[in-house]
Design a protein around this ligand. Structure first.
Ligand code: FMN
Length: 235
């Protein structure tokens, strides 16, 4: 085996209680063709199945939204707070997992970009008062923060119940966790504010209930693509 650059790539690895058959984790991608009720279609299942057939140990379903009312940034979205989505998501997990891959749900919330797609934009919150996409978005009051934390937790629990074997937290692309994680956009002075040295604390406060619900039994990871790194944080 000498001369092989990644000698462990095809070796199994155990994370938490889950064994992954190798170390190839397909990065999250969304498949944005859903039914009118926002359910995954057979074509969508086939798309993720192809990744499992290709041999990835984990296949990640991109952008599964934690809140139908406050978290969607487009007309159509897989959502994790609609009990009626359970059957179609469960079928997707079965299809991926029958090839020996672990199916991961990428938990996502659009934050200040939520509901901007509507003719009359719906509610959205930001870390601080500001203008986004041409509309004023207010800072989140404590009650809304606590509600959002609940949504993240419940979504992780729902993902686990319908059959996902892993959750991935979407902390990039300017969505909610990214907005709260960057000292450039979260300049709050209260306990929800972020300083560079503790940049990760806030999102994990957001996600703390999900720990109680799922992290003991299913692994989780945090995806944070950082296209623009500055000295002050990610932009
Ligand atoms: C078609 C497509 C859809 C994507 N969808 C998502 C997504 O839903 N969530 C996400 O975090 N990243 C998404 N990404 C970004 C990828 O996860 C990955 O970070 C990016 O493609 C860079 O990795 P690569 O160089 O291996 O392609 C998407 C990328 C592509 C090409």
């Amino acid at each position: 085996m000498s001369g092989i650059r990644y000698p462990h790539l095809f070796k199994p690895i155990r994370l938490g209680g889950t064994v992954f058959k190798n170390r190839i984790f397909a990065s999250p991608t969304g498949f944005r063709d859903f039914t009118a009720e926002d359910f995954i279609t057979p074509d969508g299942c086939a798309y993720y199945e192809r990744k499992a057939l290709g041999g990835a140990a984990s296949v990640c379903v991109g952008e599964t939204c934690v809140s139908n009312a406050f978290g969607k940034h487009g007309e159509q979205h897989l959502v994790l707070d609609n009990p009626k989505a359970a059957n179609s998501l469960g079928r997707l997990c079965n299809i991926v997992q029958r090839h020996g891959a672990v199916c991961s749900a990428e938990l996502q919330h659009a934050g200040w970009a939520a509901n901007r797609h509507r003719d009359t934009p719906g509610p959205a919150y930001a870390p601080i008062d500001g203008e986004h996409d041409g509309r004023f978005v207010p800072a989140m009051p404590d009650s809304a923060i606590e509600d959002t934390i609940e949504h993240w937790g419940r979504a992780a629990g729902f993902a686990k119940r319908v059959g996902f074997g892993m959750v991935t937290l979407h902390a990039g692309h300017g969505w909610q966790l990214h907005q709260w994680m960057s000292p450039l956009t979260n300049t709050r002075r209260d306990r929800w504010g972020v300083r560079l040295k503790t940049a990760c604390a806030c999102p994990f406060q957001f996600c703390s209930p999900y720990g109680a619900m799922s992290a003991q039994t299913i692994p989780s990871r945090c995806a944070s693509p950082a296209p623009r790194l500055t000295k002050a944080g990610t932009a």
